[in-house]
Ligand binder design. Sequence first.
Ligand code: DCP
Ligand code: CA
Length: 391
Amino acid sequence: MSARAAWMHLDLDCFFASVEVKLDPSLKGKPVLVGGVNPQGKNVPRGVIATASYEARKFGCRSGMPLYQALRLCPDAIVVGGHYEEYIAASDAVMQIAARWAPKVEQIGIDEAFLDFFRTELIYPDLKLIAEKIRQEIKDEIGITASIGLARTKVVAKVASDYHKPDGLTSVLAGAEKRFLAPLPIKDLPGIGVKMEEYFHRLGVRTLGELAAVPYSRIAAWGKFSMNLWEAANGVDNIWFVPRVEVKSVSRSETFYKDTPDENFILAMLRKLTERVGEEMRAESYSGRCVCLVVRYKDFRTVSRQRVLPYPTNVTKEIYDMGEILLKELWDGRTPLRLVGIGISQFGETVQPSLFDSVRDKRLELENRIDRLRAKFGKEAVIPASLMYLK
Ligand code: DCP
Ligand code: CA
């Protein structure tokens, strides 16, 4: 995790509605509902609205609401929509502006993206200034507004972009994550839906501060997902928060029951996780080139390292061997760890490096057989000897 706040989350304001206002400036400042309109421009009374302008939101209109209901709340609203080509063009143009500035842009939806400014201290000493420039360029060139959150972790950046919406910039200084999150209702955390919110309310947890204060031992009993949310509420960079648009990587990680410096245990855990990664890769006929290893320390510091293989693979042993090398580069072998994770990305065609053909073929054949045995008799059917350290 970098020391300074280097993640931006950019989210366009009432996106479809903003584009509609741009197309028809007479709509500016008026309550506008998008949707319930088919591409021919005809009203479809039973449709739901895609979004509402902020003027219409004052009346309670929201994305996903049936049109008739929104019109009951705001009878003067103007219903427009259906200009999908324009929405996509505006979205592409925004992402291009983002890419002018950010070394890496991860688009996660039609109108939102994470901008990664890791290791840009020298070129951009003040990222708030850069965020303002990006917002200004979007305004000048596309004519719509964007909100940006700037923070040390992706989760906090996403929460921050929502904080001063519309047309806002919220910067959370490194170290102030927990303080920023604490007063917010738990539903502000991405990933908490209505059901989850009710679940936490029943447990007496209403704010992110209250969630963060639950003892770790208690949260562990509420399941893996709660643990992820708890970590996010504690301002921890959470590898759970990965883009959901498309499967471009396969990864597995596990938090240990107790922090441990035991190398045999950690390698065995890595082996177990890699087996799962390999199994999924083979089941989907994926092959990948880039192996990434993540470790988390006792103090939640999380570091990762990745390396590209000479050819794409889905052989567990090849992924594991690289994982072990990366672990030994990353970790001093003494400091207790609380989590290890491994992933593979950069998918491509499996190619056979001719020299190793026969060995590789045999290996792959063996692993495929194990996959079939496990599918038939359960995960425990075939266990490598090294996994005994997990007992
Ligand atoms: N959208 C949709 N149906 C939904 C939600 C969203 O068609 N149920 C579309 C219309 C939105 C766009 O996706 O304009 C982006 O969704 P957001 O959730 O980011 O909402 P907005 O950009 O409209 O509003 P905000 O200003 O709150 O970001
Ligand atoms: Ca938006």
